[in-house]
Ligand binder design. Sequence first.
Ligand code: GLA
Length: 701
Amino acid sequence: MGDLYRLDGGGDTLVLQQTAGAPRLIYWGEPLTHDLAGAAALAERVTRGTIDGGEVFDLFPEAGRGFTGQPAFECHRDSGDFVTQLEPLSAVQDGQRVVFRLADPKAGVEVAVTVELDQQSGVASFRSRILNRGPTPLHLDWAAGALPLAFDDLLLFDGRWAREFKTSRQRLPAGMLVRENRTGRTSHHSPPFMVAGEPGFSERNGETLGLHFAWSGNHRLLVERMRDGRLQAQAGEFFWPGELTLGEGEAYETPILYAARSSTGTNGLTSRFHPFVRTRILSDRLAGKPRPVNFDTWEAVYFRHDLAELKALADLAAEIGAERFVLDDGWFKGRPNDTAGLGDWTPDPAKYPDGLTPLVEHVQSLGLAFGLWVEPEMANADSDLLRRRPDWILGVAGRKQPLGRNQYVLDLTRPEVFENIFEQIHALLAGNAISYLKWDMNRDLTHPASGGRPAAHRQTLAVYALIDRVRAAHPGVEIEDCSSGGGRADFEMLKRTDRVWLSDCNDPIERQAMQKAFTIFFPPEVMGAHVAATADHTTGRRASMDFRAMTALFGHMGIEADVRAFTDSERAALKRWIGVYKTHRALIHSGRLSRQPVSDPAALAFMIAGDTEALASYAQLQVRANVSPDPLRLKGLEPDATYRILMLAPAASPTASDPVLVRGEAVQASGQAIARTGLPLPPLRPGSVALFHLTRMDQDP
Ligand code: GLA
């Protein structure tokens, strides 16, 4: 039996065993008090009917060691060599991290597999580093994080533009299920996350494992039932042919595969991922920093930028309660629509004859911070930049490529392109009082080639480097991560951004569903959520102000509409809801979010609980199932504590026979009663929300 390595964190123990090859994960669950050897003995399996001794399956399965499933690592040399048989060199534990070094001198390959368990949250990270020790180029075909799965009930994520974070459930039949993304961004259709759990797991119940592959380029996520019945999940970068070649002494490091487990369904995963994101991904930079109410100009004016109009919008936005004014697309040189201008990051002299200063100063005089939309990775052919340097794009010389939103991707792997774009953004930030960038990215990388070679991997690293450089030069500037809505939402982007624009769809019916999926991994303070026009601009569906506002309330709230078009009473209602957001944002952005299962399939409920108070929403999306709605049974409060419950919305019912709570009066009840008996709900129409505030009575606030 090989040496055992134990990591503890977030109330879990994870045990790794050194084998004749890569380490094996032999235990991950509730704290093990002493019995590591016992766990190791139990981790053995009967293996007959395949190759002698069974197939070696560990955290880095290799074909060269007799593994016939999908290996975690595939490489070759021009000589034809492709077999590796890694053997352990060393294993070193340093606190929460173990690094296993493996080598195959004959193949000229060295690998370091690093496993880390976050002490506070229990989220684990898996990452490998592959080093070419040989004298000839080593071509990497695949290099992934591989994890054994105990169960095959899968919660998968897909979507599209304006319908991000869609989920589906499926059991894995024989063979492999592959989710592949070749768009060069995290993608709308295949975000790199997944949950695998015991059959029938739910938000509240069941063993689950949540995976999040932190990479903003191409990827492949796969789940395989191997021929001997065992299950594995893998996540790695998708490489174009010949994309990743290591010269002698060169190394490749995989992106990090983050994973968390829970015995209490997807809410259990959330209770690990949210604290982890707050402390380890965002490095606490949003902690205690109220998320200002954004006013975004996009859906108010699109490309029609008129200074007087924008000032008037800012005035109204300030009056309603906005705290940050974000000037969206349309402000820069030669940008009448989306066919021109990208690449030239100076104000359009026709729209802004005196630059941005008059608008910035006006906005600031109202007490609002100023933010600006940019799309630094892109250029239109109709721009000074590409007229001067048409060769600065990613692509293959002499080959046509389709455009995406009429634009090209700039080749940021070339230092001169990188420098030019950095200098332009730097000059903008240095020359104007801009404290926020909405950093957009609106097309797929269909021809990600540089210098005649595939460059999607290098481009992704260059994007990270560009954002990092901008941040380092302007540490006070917050950055919003946008990619045609939520096309680049992942933990690696979030390390260097402060907000994710979830979707270009602001229809609250769609948003409720997206928020349900997104919040499995991401906390509400990074979820951009705006109140838009009555009729959503992507669905055309109309929704009440209360429904729109209460949906946005559970994220980083903002406004994105021509507020002049709202009636006085709509503006007054929005102002009230922004007041509610400001009152409760400290709770919303630091509390424990849970998705609360409800019996009505046409409804969704959330709760965010802090130590002394909680907010709960119940959204009726379609016509309710019952005349008398089932109560909202909120789980996750202190069972023995007493709470004062108040229904904040809808307006109190005047009907004397309705429950006291629904009539707008406060009720006191224990956490236990709230969980078991539940809160009576008002008779909600489709497209409306009930909102409850709960205050813990037996504690000083
Ligand atoms: C993308 C974004 C929108 C908006 C437009 C501007 O579609 O997702 O929010 O910024 O670009 O062109």
